[in-house]
Write a protein that binds this ligand. Structure first.
Ligand SMILES: Nc1ncnc2c1ncn2[C@@H]1O[C@H](COP(=O)(O)OP(=O)(O)O)[C@@H](O)[C@H]1O
Ligand SMILES: [Mg+2]
Length: 326
């Protein structure tokens, strides 16, 4: 396939692919290790307009947990086929592994340098801070999913799949809707119905699931064997709709020998998860939101990040966040 940049320069793909998602294939580029190319299987008619607007919206870089770490694999350049049609884009290539690889203890041991509980807590806090920074920039991720977060060997996180976010073009004021969500992480009744239909509280629901999974060896809080035989075939998204979660209603699932009980969650996380999946189930405004403030460690290794609590309750809520993760 012959590819070119908008200015006519040719781009050659390498032999390797880094991944295949529902929407496209992510390829190596010949001659560089810094960038990669996402080529869509079925490019949307408004893809070019969306990419141009996204590139104008790049969230400000911030020092985050690690000044040199790349937090978002934001699109850099549109890629055109020989006929001039936009079929993909260039973005920074992210080294590291998918966050899903942190769920299983054996796989985790190969994915990060220090596969400890403390690092898992730090990773969860970093994902929360990353979402909070994007929210501050007016961006809602929508497709919050561990498959869309890469983790470096030192436990620092990068958002990929950034082309699907909900954002507003700063030049034209045109709002672009979230292009897709992952049902296992989407709050009940979520639909990308309009350009600005999602709110940070929608991301907070997926974040809550992801953090519970990280701290419960990958067990999804809405997955398990339902105690009600009528719901035997329920998938995570069905249980989300039915409000069947193991945080508030463990009795709705058959206890499995050796399963990690939600009681292993740190007490503050348990409070946040209960708010997110309890009152926050129907009322998005009751969900704790991620927050970005972080207290930087005075000393210690990069993986020993300290932070404020990973979520904050919206103003006026009953819950008042406390510092934790210490
Ligand atoms: N910037 C990147 N650097 C390295 N690998 C990537 C990058 N972006 C995506 N990938 C790989 O490609 C896979 C699919 O990419 P993604 O953008 O999530 O596609 P989809 O929109 O189809 O879900 C990812 O799971 C990841 O393994
Ligand atoms: Mg993806």
């Amino acid at each position: 396939m012959s590819l070119q940049l908008p200015d006519g320069r040719k781009v050659r793909l390498g032999a390797r692919t880094f991944g295949r998602g529902a929407e496209g294939l992510v390829h190596e580029l010949a001659g560089t290790e810094d960038l990669c190319a996402k080529i869509y299987l079925d490019p949307a008619p408004d893809l070019h307009q969306r990419l141009v607007a996204l590139m104008r919206t790049e969230p400000a870089t911030w020092p985050g947990d690690h000044a040199e770490h790349l937090h978002v694999a934001w699109p850099r350049q549109a890629l055109l086929d020989e006929g001039g049609r936009t079929i993909g884009f260039l973005m920074p290539r992210v080294a590291g592994r998918s966050l899903t690889r942190l769920f299983d203890p054996y796989v985790r041991a190969e994915a990060i340098d220090e596969p400890t509980w403390r690092v898992l807590v730090a990773v969860g806090a970093r994902v929360a801070r990353l979402l909070a920074r994007l929210h501050q920039a007016g961006i809602v991720v929508g497709d919050v999913s561990p498959a869309n977060i890469m983790v470096s060997p030192t436990g620092h996180v990068t958002l990929i799949d950034c082309d699907t976010v909900q954002f507003t073009d700063p030049a034209t004021g045109i709002a672009h809707s979230c292009a897709k969500v992952t049902p296992e992480y989407a709050p009940p009744a979520l639909a990308c119905t309009g350009p600005a239909s999602l709110t940070p509280a929608d991301d907070a629901f997926g974040l809550g699931i992801l953090i519970c999974q990280l701290l419960m060896e990958g067990d999804h809080p809405f997955e398990g064997v339902p105690a009600d035989p009528a719901e035997a075939d329920a998938l995570a998204q069905d249980n989300i709709r039915l409000r069947n979660n193991r945080i508030l209603y463990p009795q709705r699932f058959v206890p499995l020998p050796g399963a990690i009980p939600p009681t292993v969650l740190p007490p503050q996380v348990m409070v946040l998860a209960q708010a997110c999946f309890g009152e926050g189930h129907f009322r998005p405004e009751a969900r704790p939101l991620p927050r970005s403030s972080a207290r930087r460690p005075k000393r210690g290794r990069a993986t020993r990040a300290r932070s404020g609590s990973i979520w904050r309750r919206p103003a006026g809520g009953r819950f008042r966040s406390r510092r934790n993760w210490h």
